[in-house]
Design a protein around this ligand. Structure first.
Ligand code: GLN
Length: 480
């Protein structure tokens, strides 16, 4: 059985009709992992015994005719920067190689309560810092569509697992594109919700004012199902929003005729790959055919986004990562003095990119530079937010490419951090503004590599965003 063509709904239907047992599905899924993951390397760890145990329990409940939860027996994969009690959480870092947290992230807990079965933890760039999953402290994940290409990052393992059928839904985290870029490179759907929509409890902090968990799946519908389950206030995270969670799934088919779609001119500039541009424009035509109207808009501060993001994200990271000192978590390289122990632990535990960011962030926050860099970045962040607020007075949704290119070659950008940072150009303004954004497949290029279309909505407008994406997927024939 190949899960590549099976959606969560279909799977639950097969269980209900007794056409398949969860035990059969989970058993065959681990055979698939064994077969394909030696090439793709999506997983950092798996939990076969526990998953099989949960599957057997579910089968017994099905046999006794108990009602099923919405995601009963649906195999899910979790990015390894979210905690699960009694399973290692490495964040793709050697410094946490053996760290076993005593608690489970709220989002994971909620997926489980909805019946999902966790099958493993997925590879990512170290502490989610990267756009290609090449910064993992363990190994590189490869793109299932072409093993010489990156899967995108930093949630590359999650997207690659969904695309290769070794999970049906996966969780990623998105600070500056880390759910949407891998979704676009791997030909699947990924949504970064509004900041505060999902609890960050148990998500290891990279840049706390930007980080947000998001689901990745083969269809918008499955993303909506997962989002509905994991959203909502959590008293363990004071930044989670105390507002009601709409019924995203029920809302998917709402009519979208007359929806105003904004196309920002700043996103169609030099550096945008010609085939990506062509597919994005074809996507606009699909919306016109669906009765939506297109409007050119302007987001004038887009050109400052990369600089702003890489100041704020590194500043917050330098502070968040100070806790990995060899005393409380993970790795400790013992030495004669305390100073030496700190130094050696951090020297050998962190990879190059993480060290670079700690240095950049510490610099931006240091006396004399704080006003010049960090404070200025905060001000530009407000201007970027205002760009969106103005735009959403004129339009309901904003449409852009997800990434300026398709998946690049492994190794192509590792020697040049700036070119890696620049590849994030379309996915960093939304976390800076806190708004939701989704990447949906919109075709492939001449080399058969997937291209993603990005849609953004106003704060807490995920229901509209998902339905607009769902109609696109159906009309364009991009369904599973
Ligand atoms: N590529 C961006 C970075 O390296 C975004 C990462 C993310 O969203 N976690 O910071």
């Amino acid at each position: 059985m190949n899960l590549q063509n099976i959606t969560a709904d279909k799977l639950v239907g097969l269980y209900k009709n007794r056409d398949l047992t969860a035990t059969e599905v989970i058993t065959s899924l681990y055979e698939d992992i064994e077969r394909t993951d030696k090439d793709v390397h999506a997983f950092l760890s798996i939990c076969r015994e526990r998953a099989l145990e949960e599957a057997r329990r579910l089968d017994a409940r099905i046999a006794s005719g108990e009602p099923l939860e919405p995601l009963a027996g649906v195999p899910v994969a979790i990015k390894d920067n979210m905690t699960i009690r009694d399973m290692t959480t490495t964040c793709g870092s050697r410094i946490l190689e053996n760290y076993v947290p005593p608690y489970t992230a709220t989002a994971v807990e909620r997926l489980r309560s909805a019946g999902a079965i966790v099958v493993g933890k997925t590879n990512c760039d170290e502490f989610a810092m990267g756009s290609s999953t090449e910064n993992s402290g363990f190994f590189v994940t490869r793109n299932p569509h072409n093993l010489d290409r990156v899967p995108g990052g930093s949630s590359g393992g999650s997207a690659a697992s969904v695309a290769s059928g070794t999970s049906v839904i996966a969780l990623g985290s998105d600070t500056g594109g880390s759910v949407r870029t891998p979704a676009s490179f791997c030909g699947v759907v990924g949504i970064k919700p509004t900041y505060g929509r999902i609890s960050r409890y148990g998500l290891v902090a990279f840049a706390s004012s930007l980080d947000q968990i998001g689901p990745i799946a083969k269809s918008v519908r499955e993303c909506a199902q997962a989002l509905e389950v994991i959203s909502g206030f959590d008293h363990f995270d004071s930044t989670s929003a105390d507002i009601s969670v709409p019924e995203f799934v029920k809302d998917l088919d709402r009519p979208i005729k007359g929806i105003r779609i904004g196309v920002p001119k700043e996103y169609f500039v030099a550096g945008l790959d010609a085939e990506v541009r062509a597919k994005t424009e074809a996507g606009m035509r699909i919306y016109e055919d669906l009765g939506c109207t297109l409007h050119e808009i302007s987001l004038p501060h887009t050109e400052y986004a990369i600089a702003t993001y890489y100041l704020i994200a590194t500043a917050e990271a330098s502070s968040n990562l100070a806790r990995y000192d060899g005393v409380r978590y993970g790795l400790r390289v013992d030495n004669s003095s305390l100073q030496d122990m700190y130094r050696r632990t951090r020297h050998s535990g962190f990879g190059q990119e993480v060290k670079r960011r700690i240095l950049l962030g510490t610099y931006a926050l240091s006396a004399g530079y704080y006003d010049e860099y960090y404070l200025k970045a905060l001000k530009v962040r407000t201007l970027i937010l205002r760009d969106f607020q103005k735009a959403f007075e004129q339009v309901d949704i904003i449409l852009t490419p997800t990434s300026p290119t398709v998946a690049f070659k492994i190794g192509e950008k590792t020697g040049d951090p700036l070119s890696m940072y620049l590849s994030d150009i379309f996915t960093i303004t939304q976390p800076l503004a806190g708004i939701p954004a989704i990447s949906v497949p919109c075709g492939k290029n001449s080399e058969n590599l997937p291209i993603g279309l990005q849609l953004m909505g106003n704060h807490f407008e995920e229901a509209l965003l998902l339905s607009v994406a769902h109609h696109f997927e159906k009309a364009g024939g991009f369904t599973v």
